[in-house]
Design a protein. Structure first.
Length: 268
């Protein structure tokens, strides 16, 4: 089994710098020595004491599990404030998206592939390190060095000209507020047995608009509470060559886009 990546040392430094504290200042607030704080941040202390974990957790308002298992630097400021306010999945069982990943022997993140037969299990095990570690893993060339990537198989023809059964390579989005309107994404929804590949717009009213490239499919909205994960499209692989849009399809797409714009104007 692949080992789980731990983030405690980096999280401690990130949280300290976010509070604009020096190591000496943080040490004073935690009743520790500066050398102890330095050792914790650099990972030189492989087994911090339970008392250290408790002090740091209480001071920053972040649960011990999140300090260890979640890369806090990848969360947006809004989500960090929610954590500090007590909306922590490990403390209250909330809907915080906690990403489980696996790494290789050199501590580089793998690109996991979620096969069709594992789709249903992914909904329950998306934040389970053991489930993620059991998925097929790949190392893909030319991926940007920053970010977490995963491969999702698609079904249906709602995103034509992207062919049916294409494999979507997508990047994990921790902060949904950075998604530009109409960004193609794989969306993991509660209670669904399949992944949704759509053009995504995150609205300020707590809803997410999901729109297809195929004009035959009506757009629809879901509550953000129904969303487990969002993965931004990066690339796709397929054995099929996409067919160009027909004139009728282009016309229908333009009509759909106009209808969407009109709805948006009416809602303002």
């Amino acid at each position: 089994m692949e080992k789980s990546k731990l983030f405690f040392a980096g999280n401690l430094k990130f949280l300290r710098e976010r509070r604009q504290l020096t190591q000496q200042e943080l040490a004073g607030k935690l009743s520790l020595t500066r050398s102890k704080v330095n050792a914790l941040e650099s990972g030189q202390t492989k087994a911090p004491s339970p008392e250290d974990f408790v002090r740091i957790s209480e001071f920053f308002g972040i649960s011990i599990d999140s300090l260890i298992k979640v890369d806090l630097s990848r969360l947006g400021e809004l989500k960090l404030r929610e954590l500090e306010a007590g909306n922590d999945v490990y403390l209250k069982g909330g809907n915080l998206r906690v990403l489980a990943i696996s790494v290789d022997r050199d501590n580089n993140e793998n690109v996991e592939y979620v096969p069709v037969k594992a789709k249903a299990g992914y909904m329950a095990g998306y934040n389970d390190p053991e489930f993620i570690a059991g998925l097929p893993k790949f190392s893909l060339p030319n991926l940007p060095p920053q970010g977490t990537y995963r491969i999702f198989p698609t079904s249906g023809d709602s995103m034509l000209p992207v062919p049916e059964h294409a494999d979507i390579i997508a990047q994990y989005v921790a902060d949904w507020t950075v998604i530009s309107p109409g960004t193609p994404c794989v969306v993991i929804l509660k209670g669904e047995q399949d992944f949704v590949f759509k053009l995504v717009t995150v609205n300020t009213d707590g809803t997410v608009l999901l729109r297809s490239l195929n004009p035959l499919f009506e757009p629809y909205t879901v509550s953000t509470a129904e969303v487990l994960e969002i993965w931004r499209f990066y690339a796709y692989t397929s054995r099929e060559i996409p067919e160009p849009e027909t004139d009728l399809q282009q016309l229908m797409r333009m009509v759909r886009e106009m209808q969407t714009e009109i709805r948006g104007l009416k809602d303002r």
